[in-house]
Ligand binder design. Sequence first.
Ligand SMILES: Cc1cc2nc3c(=O)[nH]c(=O)nc-3n(C[C@H](O)[C@H](O)[C@H](O)COP(=O)(O)OP(=O)(O)OC[C@H]3O[C@@H](n4cnc5c(N)ncnc54)[C@H](O)[C@@H]3O)c2cc1C
Length: 321
Amino acid sequence: MAGLTCATALKGMADVTLFEKSVFVGGRVSRHPFGEYRDHQGEQYITVSNPLFLKIVESWLDAGLLRSWDGWVVELNRGQIVNLDDAPPRYRGDPNMQAIADRLASGLQLRHSTAVAELDRNEDGRWRLFDDRGGYLGLFDIVVLATAAHQVAPLAKASRSIATAAANIDMTVCWSAMFDFGQALNLPFDAAFVLDSPLSWVARFDAPKPREEGECWVVHASPEWSAQYAASFRGRVLHALMDAFFEACDLPSQKPLASNVHCWRHALPINTLGEDCLFDEQAAIGACGDWCTAPRIEGAVLSGFSMADRVMKQLRKPGHG
Ligand SMILES: Cc1cc2nc3c(=O)[nH]c(=O)nc-3n(C[C@H](O)[C@H](O)[C@H](O)COP(=O)(O)OP(=O)(O)OC[C@H]3O[C@@H](n4cnc5c(N)ncnc54)[C@H](O)[C@@H]3O)c2cc1C
């Protein structure tokens, strides 16, 4: 989201090429098919605290890419439901956040499935980029690294300040799972922060079918549990998370129709920089992402915006066209 936001904000101001190592854009908000659902194991909803981000969210609402989500979110302690007094407005992608990522990407020069592996600076200060097979990707005046923090340091060798700052960010591990049940579970809430459990979050998935025909739940293990079982087998983790789900919701266990488990090895930054983005004017290289600002979509988008602003300032300097 940081890279897509930055590239979109620079449209018409600079000739931007976006390299994405994955087949999909969206990074940690991208989706994969899961039966009749789209795999929705990552981000759950957007909250807004910044006025600029509110404007962006409003434009996404107007464009039908986002909708208000008024699900009942509670705190859950071994079946005991505690109502949360504080309920900020929450939004969900319509149908999911991938739609927003796809819309942002639609007007950009984008190269999918291209992992940038090496940056090499010419004598004239321009950057030559190479992919992970040594293929030449082009010559650029400015490079923006809009990746997760652990992916920045190896690429930002030419800028000690950026490489060091990124290397100091720690990320959580998060095991997540989805369970598609063939019947309604009749839980009164839509999502819950879970206490005293291997889980930290459970949420009913927005279903493409009537509730009586079944429902699908996504669960996130806590960062502590996820780190402890980071090296475990997927099957073992899946069963542990399913047992934890039934225990947390005080439900008798039942076999789901389908299930899926995923380990986010670098889920969320634990510490953030407290700076909107980083830019090294001498080296003409910048870095942005949620690890700069706040560990959520809002943080990534605002960091990307701020990065575009820094790039524009650099372009306005004498010597740049
Ligand atoms: C399990 C989970 C649940 C979450 N829940 C929420 C939530 O409910 N609400 C919320 O607001 N946020 C949530 N988040 C956080 C949110 O998803 C992230 O903060 C945000 O998506 C980060 O965006 P980003 O652009 O900074 O980084 P990323 O999404 O990591 O994007 C980086 C991109 O760079 C690409 N890339 C990396 N290296 C290279 C390379 N060498 N060459 C080319 N491309 C490369 C990656 O493929 C990726 O597309 C959640 C995250 C996780 C993991």
